[in-house]
Design a protein around this ligand. Structure first.
Ligand code: URA
Length: 218
């Protein structure tokens, strides 16, 4: 993992000692590591069990997530749930989080339109992600979309070339990346959406199979 780059814009000083997920979640709400907290309702920390074998990383909370304080509960979350179910993955047994914990948006009429976090905001939030990964101790990290994939696998990583490949690393969880469910929802053509959904389910199945194998004694 690459170290956090800029300590001046960083969540590091807001993170309590230890790996208690509830304490981390509570502390995240007071994070002022970058300016995104100013326009968000609350921090949206990851959700799931310590010891979960698979940890999913999305980009950042959306409008529904910002309001409810839970990751992946809006339209992308509903699609993720459906695909997890089809792939035989129980969401209550995995950990789901985001690269950035506050919702970044711009007004568009009455709508709060998702705005992609920039590299400094992603880097500032990285210490939370590192602590979540350490606390959960997954066998496999699944990056959903390019933002999470490039954060975890380097900015040269291209989903088009390496989607669903498993990258093992010494003394750290293995990594893989697939499409973000929002990208599927944005596809204008129903047939493409259907094909991508099927491919996404197949990627999730492959991830589950890897995590199950990693669990077996060698
Ligand atoms: N998109 C994300 O990347 N994360 C969420 O929690 C919701 C939508």
């Amino acid at each position: 993992m690459t170290p956090t780059r800029d300590q001046s814009e960083s969540a590091a000083r807001f993170i309590p000692q230890g790996e208690d997920l509830a304490a981390l979640r509570e502390a995240a709400n007071s994070c002022r590591g970058c300016s995104l907290y100013r326009h968000a309702t609350q921090a949206v920390f990851g959700e799931g069990r310590r010891g979960a074998e698979i940890l999913f990383i999305g980009e950042q909370p959306g409008d529904r997530e910002d309001v409810t304080g839970k990751p992946f509960v809006g339209p992308a979350g509903k699609l993720l749930d459906k695909c997890l179910q089809e792939a035989g993955i129980d969401r209550s047994k995995v950990y789901v989080t985001n690269a950035v914990k506050h919702f970044k948006w711009e007004p568009r009429g009455k709508i709060r339109l998702h705005k992609k976090p920039d590299l400094a905001e992603i880097a500032a939030c990285r210490p939370w992600l590192e602590r979540e990964i350490a606390a959960v101790g997954p066998k496999l990290i699944v990056c959903l979309g390019a933002t999470a994939a490039q954060e975890m696998l380097g900015n040269k990583f291209r989903l088009t070339r390496h989607r669903s490949e498993i990258f093992e690393q010494p003394n750290s969880p293995a990594l893989t990346a697939t499409i973000h469910p929002s990208a599927i929802l944005r596809m204008p053509d129903a047939e493409a959406r259907q094909q991508e959904t099927a491919q996404f389910v197949s990627d999730l199945r492959a991830a589950a199979a890897y995590a199950a194998r990693a669990h077996e004694p060698r």
